[in-house]
Ligand binder design. Structure first.
Ligand code: MSP
Length: 517
């Protein structure tokens, strides 16, 4: 059994509506997953929901529901959201799944048995909103806590701690020896800076039942539930364990609820996460894995945050971009194109409605126009039958194919789109230069017209394959119009000359219809 390429996203908090930021991260992971599959790698893509914690418990009570039924209602919305984005996730984890809970408990028992935890009293401040303990260091110069922590309460309680401190120098060493563990580089430097300049505090991994009961009980002390972040991070391992991943089964023993045949997934190849949760993923998670004796994920791919019109999106300001509303109006591929073309993986982005509209026009005027006029001319001048192959744009197309392949292998999605677009631009320029509409009027230019039409149709076919990971619906339509059996999901088909002479073409229709403004 060969190991699959295993990619995950952060699991979203269940108690809220999906917004642009959630959509962006999931689309980035989906493009990488589709690209890997297209390149011939067996792939497993996981996304899902983070459902425990005080916030969920409080919100459920406020709505007069049990936390479970509250989560079940929200989970329907989030699953529909994933489908609407056309995510190709292979599984969907919910931290309330029994298959997840049992792995969290198996890990806790193992670490407890091996002496990684101790019990101690905690006196200090707690932010329910962030589910985190705060110290004096977290106070602002005026003595208050940042409003992003929400209500902060003072408390004193006994809890279990995970000995993180012991692993600090190992982690620094690991990050230094594995430069690709956190990408981009700036984020790796951020983690290294943090680890080198401050002493790690041991991690509190429990919450007393008296204060919070919506969580996974500690297997060795029924008076406590598991801290949400410890619970949530384990999702990346619990789902492989539920698929009988051999590495996890070896570390934890067989798990009771195993579905289907065994899949080799661990270690994860990429965890796609936002910049705000970097510390959890590149400090706590590697240390948890090391303590469990498991290999570390290969990469944390850290993206930036979206703003709207230069401001933080917030429910109170009412400026949250609702992906579903945009998709309803403009189509899912226009949304996918905008976020991927606009923002590279790393920096922060800024959504503007005007920017979105101009990217839509760009799609219609460049890609849409190229495919539509190429196929329409073939229909009009050659009854929709492909002429014999002729290599005029083949060199340029092959250069873009090779470049796109390499960029996809490096998860450079924006750069790959730019490379693909250079072929779109070149082909549109070729139409202007060769003027097939003029050639069609001169019977003496019939062979030349055949040559031009072949090049345009073949470029359109290749573009469909290159664009498949990014714009799956559009790519499928481009492929279907020349009547090719789709979807165009195999990169290996992107070789010049794939379109054969005599192939009949269907009826072209606009890919990005003009919008009333
Ligand atoms: N539940 C935790 C993650 C646990 S992973 C083991 C969480 N959930 S979240 O719903 O708040 O965020 C989920 C993901 O969405 C995070 O990676 C976060 O960075 C991302 N985003 C949330 N708002 C965002 C933007 N405005 N822009 C881009 N991504 C943002 O954190």
């Amino acid at each position: 059994m060969s190991k699959r390429f295993y990619i995950t996203t952060a699991i979203d908090y269940v108690n809220g509506s999906p917004h642009l930021g959630h959509a962006y991260e999931k689309i980035v992971a989906d493009v990488i997953a589709r690209a890997r599959r297209s390149l011939g790698q067996e792939t497993f893509f996981l996304t899902g929901l983070d459902e425990h914690g005080q916030k969920v418990q409080q919100a459920a009570v406020a709505e007069g529901k049990t936390p479970q039924s509250y989560c079940d209602d929200f989970a329907k919305i989030w699953k529909a959201f994933a489908a609407r984005l056309e995510l190709t996730n292979d599984d969907f984890v919910r931290t309330t799944d029994p298959r997840h809970k049992q792995v969290v408990q198996a890990i806790l028992s193992k670490l407890h048995g091996e002496g990684h935890f101790y019990k101690a009293i905690y006196r200090g401040f707690y932010s329910t909103k962030e589910e985190t303990f705060l110290t004096e260091k977290d106070r602002r110069p005026d003595g208050t806590f940042d409003p992003s922590y929400g209500e902060v309460t003072e408390l004193e309680e006994m809890n279990y701690y995970f000995k993180l401190k012991d692993h600090q120098s190992w982690l620094i060493d690991y990050l230094e020896k594995n430069p690709s563990f956190v990408s981009p580089e700036t984020r790796r430097n951020e983690v290294l800076g943090f680890l080198k300049h401050s002493e790690l505090e041991d991690l509190c991994i429990s919450r007393p039942l008296a204060r919070l009961n919506w969580g996974i009980p500690l297997p060795f002390d029924p008076n406590y539930v598991t801290y949400v972040w410890f619970d949530a991070l384990v999702n990346y391992a619990s789902i492989p364990a539920a698929h009988a991943d051999p590495t996890l089964i070896q570390a934890l023993g067989p798990q009771p609820s195993i579905s289907g045949s065994s899949l080799a997934l661990w270690p994860a190849d990429i965890h796609v996460i936002g910049k705000d949760i970097l510390k959890f993923h590149s400090v706590y998670w590697p240390i948890m894995l090391k303590a469990m004796g498991l290999p570390l994920p290969k990469k944390m791919l850290v993206h930036g945050w979206w703003q709207k019109d230069g401001e933080k999106m917030s429910k109170t300001t009412g400026n949250v971009v609702d992906p579903i509303a945009v998709i309803d109006e403009w189509g899912v591929d226009s949304f996918r194109y905008y976020v991927l073309r606009e923002l590279d993986i790393g920096p922060d982005g800024n959504w503007t409605d005007a920017g979105f509209k101009s990217r839509y026009e760009e799609l219609a005027n460049s890609l849409g126009n190229l495919v539509n006029r190429s196929l329409s001319m073939l229909k009009r001048y050659r009854n929709g039958v492909a002429p014999a192959p002729f290599n005029e744009l083949s060199g340029e197309a092959e250069k873009v194919i090779a470049e796109t392949r390499s960029l996809l292998e490096q998860n450079q999605l924006q750069a790959a789109l730019l490379s693909i677009w250079s072929l779109v631009t070149r082909a549109n320029q070729y139409v202007e230069q060769t003027a097939p509409f003029k050639l069609a009027k001169d019977p003496g230019q019939s062979t030349r017209l055949d040559e031009v039409l072949y090049n345009l149709t073949e470029v359109s076919r290749i573009l469909a394959i290159l664009l498949w990971p990014f714009l799956p619906g559009t790519a499928t339509k481009i492929y279907a119009q020349p009547g090719l059996p789709g979807p165009p999901s195999k990169f290996s088909a992107a070789t010049w000359g794939g379109l054969t002479a005599g192939h009949p073409i269907g009826i072209p229709s606009p890919l990005f219809p003009k919008k009333e403004s």
